[in-house]
Design a binder for this molecule. Structure first.
Ligand code: LLP
Length: 416
């Protein structure tokens, strides 16, 4: 459930009409709901209840400081994949002791900074990375907390670009070779083995693949324990899907219940790294219809948001609901629209074949844009990035200004 609903004919974010936000901040514009972010984070936190746990929001899904701040105040941890994300978490008031560092290509400077600020754990993706972390910890005279990210070879049954737990993917350490690497890590003077990590993919809509992965992770934990390598936590990654159109993904409490059943008597702290399921339905992208254009093949609605603002439809053929901000008269004639942006690519669409009643100047909301929306946006076609607004009750706060045209090339130089 989210807090973007119609009140009469008007789509509102909590108590603020989206049309008022468009008037005040212009379009395209991302709008987030604090109440929705809070509700979704708490759904995980409460689902795990008395089980020791830490819910680490995957910063890549939405890295706006206000979003991180809202979650940090709830006690969230953060899953990061770069020093940029780490600095964002720190700037937003996040606790470094609740930060998990994931990703296949951590640079030495990133590792050093993470050790300096005292993060909770590195999720290590290869032997050379493990050795590099050990070496840097040695040079700094500290112990680096590590988990190995294992690749359990399970099919997440999601889009191939966002499935990560198959053996042909670049991610993780083959679960069969993990035992030997754990032994090596356990002997290392500057490494402290804290946990086991896996993340098999994103937008999973059933529990089956998660449970297959958990079974394999638990089997590894049991083997390690038998050798005297006792890990403290199991990090099961993110990946729980959301409803974009008519998917019916499991809710956090069903996931937690299945997990508890699998864990049985084992006492591990559980770390989760949800991104999409917390932020996805906590945001919309507001856009305005610039032109209606009929061609022999299609009725196009050319809107002022484009693939540079929201890449998911172009990149994954993702379907996100597009709804009018002011509901039209029920008798208004509808048409099947291709909702496209101004970018010079045929792939620049936000939605295809959408039945809507549209006129020039109408406002639309692309739903489920709170995750992997702004964070994947770019300046392609020299388009300044959209502003971001956070609604909290009856207030709307500008939490990132619209990028200026000057800022687009402020770092560039002509030749002398
Ligand atoms: N942890 C790790 C190590 C990850 O790689 C990811 C996502 C997450 C957690 C969070 O997963 P989530 O709970 O959000 O599913 N751009 C794509 C999604 C890419 C996900 C990459 N990794 C999209 O727009 O669908």
């Amino acid at each position: 459930m989210d807090h973007f609903n119609y009140e009469g004919d008007q789509l509102v974010a909590e108590q603020v009409p989206l049309s008022a936000i468009a008037d005040r901040f212009g379009t395209p514009c991302y709008v987030y709901s604090r109440a929705t972010l809070t509700r979704h984070w708490r759904a995980f936190d409460e689902a795990l209840g008395a089980q020791a746990h830490l819910i680490c929001f995957a910063v890549k899904a939405n890295s706006n400081l206000a979003v991180l701040d809202v979650l940090a105040r709830l006690g969230a941890g953060f899953d990061i994949v770069s020093v940029g994300e780490l600095e964002r978490v720190l700037a937003a008031g996040g606790d470094p002791a609740k930060v998990i560092f994931s990703g296949v290509g951590k640079r030495a400077d990133e590792i050093r900074r993470a050790l300096e600020v005292g993060i909770r754990c590195f999720n290590v993706e290869s032997e050379p990375e493990l050795l590099r972390i050990g070496e840097i910890a040695g040079a700094l005279g500290c112990l680096a907390p590590v988990s190995l990210r294992v690749n359990p070879d399970v099919d997440a049954q999601s889009h191939p670009y966002i499935s990560t737990g198959l053996k042909e993917n670049k991610f993780g350490i083959d679960i069969q070779s993990a035992d030997a690497l754990y032994r090596q890590a356990a002997r290392h003077p500057h490494l402290r083995v804290l946990g086991i990590d896996c993340h098999i993919g994103s937008q999973l809509t059933s529990l089956g693949p998660f449970l297959d992965a958990i079974d394999r992770v638990l089997a590894l934990a049991d083997r390690l324990a038998a050798e005297g390598i006792e890990v403290e936590h199991l990090d099961l990654g993110g990946g729980l899907g959301i409803r974009y159109t008519n998917e019916m993904p499991p809710l956090p409490d069903a996931y937690a219940a299945a997990l508890a059943e699998r864990l049985g008597e084992r006492r591990y702290e559980i770390i989760l790294e949800p991104g999409r399921s917390i932020a996805g339905n906590a945001g919309v992208l507001l856009t305005r219809v610039e032109y209606l254009k009929r061609t022999p093949a299609h009725q196009f609605a050319i809107v002022d948001a484009a693939m540079n603002d929201l890449l998911r439809p172009a990149l994954y053929d993702a379907e996100q609901e597009i709804v009018p901000v002011c509901r039209p008269d029920p008798d208004a004639p509808t048409d099947l629209f291709e909702i496209v942006g101004p970018v010079c690519e045929t792939g620049d669409f936000l939605g295809r074949q959408r039945r809507l009643a549209l006129a020039e100047g109408d406002l639309l909301a692309v739903r489920s844009s709170g995750a992997y929306g702004f964070s994947m946006s770019s300046n392609y076609n020299s388009r300044p990035r959209a502003p971001e607004v956070m609604v909290d009750g009856d207030q709307a706060y500008l939490v990132r200004s619209r990028e200026s045209v000057d800022a687009l090339f402020a770092g560039e130089r002509r030749l002398p």
